[in-house]
Design a protein around this ligand. Structure first.
Ligand SMILES: [Zn+2]
Length: 104
């Protein structure tokens, strides 16, 4: 994995984890909805249970709960999030499909 550039690593993460529930440098659960390429940094685009968006630097790690829990537990947690997704009032699109690899 270390021989891949950050863009390749984040693209791989999106393939494996996009729209999954994750933990990100806190004990709060978010839905990972994409990667934002901002001038200062690359950010995970995270949706909170209340529908709002949080940007968190990709320097920090992320834990995909889909691979941590059994299916039933994950689905129960996911169900709680789905109940709240009609209140989503903010949106940001995933930019990871536009990333250009810089592996050398
Ligand atoms: Zn690359």
């Amino acid at each position: 994995m270390n021989d891949k550039c950050v863009y390749c690593q984040l693209k791989k993460l999106m393939v494996e984890s996009k729209n999954h529930l994750v933990l990100c440098s806190s004990d709060t659960v978010y839905r990972l909805i994409g990667i934002a390429d901002e001038p200062e940094d690359l950010y995970y685009i995270l949706r909170r249970l209340n529908g709002s968006i949080l940007l968190s630097s990709c320097v920090g790690g992320i834990t995909d709960l889909f691979y941590q829990f059994d299916e039933e537990t994950y689905n129960e947690l996911n169900h709680i999030f789905l109940l709240n997704e009609d209140i989503c009032f903010e949106d940001m699109s995933d930019e990871s499909d536009k990333f250009e690899c810089c592996c050398k």
